[in-house]
Design a protein around this ligand. Sequence first.
Ligand code: AMP
Length: 395
Amino acid sequence: MQKMTVRDINIKAKKVIIRLDFNVPLDGTFHITDDRRITAALPTIQYVLSQGASKVILMSHLGRPKGAGFEKDFSLEPVAHHLQDLLGEKVLFLNDCIGPSVKDAIAKSSERVVLLENLRFYKAEEKNDPAFAKELASLADVYVNDAFGTAHRAHASTAGITAYLPSVAGFLIEKELQYLGNAINNPKRPLVIILGGAKVSDKIELIKNLIPKANSIIIGGGMAYTFLKAQGINVGNSKLEKDKIDMARELMEQAKKAGVQMALTTDFVITQSFSSDDCKISDVIPDGWEALDIGPKTIQYYKDILSKAKTVVWNGPLGVFERDAYATGTRAIADYLASLKDVTVIVGGGDSAAAVAKFGLEDKMTHISTGGGASLEFLEGKTLPGIAALNDKKT
Ligand code: AMP
């Protein structure tokens, strides 16, 4: 990686401020229901502590508060308690993230680890306000970004702060860039991309960027019907973006010219009502019916393509996987990917990661991205502002 990481900077006796993604789900009693984002942050925190940093100041957002001050539902206090248990070391929680009281508390604290309150209690965070970024920077000597999930956003804590401090990446960001970057820029071939999810419009840039890189692109989920319609196939009431039919046709032509196989859904699980689980398998989608999952022939077709793959990148579920009646296709492909030997399987964040978790197959994938929007933008070939802003490695 061309960006400096925590390994490339002296942090002994320094105050280190780390941007993490502690945006964890909480239940009605403020218990953390899934702590993976916290455990994913531990290697960087532990490394910084082991290198003798004098203070490790942690900051994050949680949820979508209004940006007008404290809201209990979005407080990071439960994270502080949980982190303390995981680290086995006291964590000082501060009920603000900037200002003289925060500076004072850090200066007087005996604890090495400090967690600041939710950055998004200030509108200035998402506005990338320079004065707010400078205030955050004034708490430390070195800045580490390890919040891959927000790296695609230019916020004060992900981009603005880098104007005031030496700025390096943490291990999670390093790992994400390594896996995602290698998969599309330096893959073992054949490279097969699986795309699903609701909308073609969300994935156009992704497909454009991947056509020159992939050997095969499998298209399933709700986005497949716009491609099928572009081929003159009846899709009934299935999800369709009429204004993207021409674009779908163009993408198929681009793929053909580039010699990239584009595999579309060939049979379906169809229903007469989205809200009903009453469904059947069919080779066609008659008027009045809509398709909510791929059928068995498609599953086999996709598996045949995947059986030749050496690298697979998966972004988007192949059906309405949240409902058991329409989860069969997504589950079958996830199971198949889990069974592959000597194949690198990278799962994008967001819904595909949620699907793999639902089927209990997380340990069977090579890498599951912790960032939905960030991994999508990275795979689209975009520059992520939170990463671009970090110091380049010295040559
Ligand atoms: P995305 O956020 O674009 O990755 O889309 C994920 C959503 O697409 C999930 O909530 C799925 O339920 C939905 N989805 C997948 N396949 C279909 C389909 N055939 N019809 C309608 N929605 C679908």
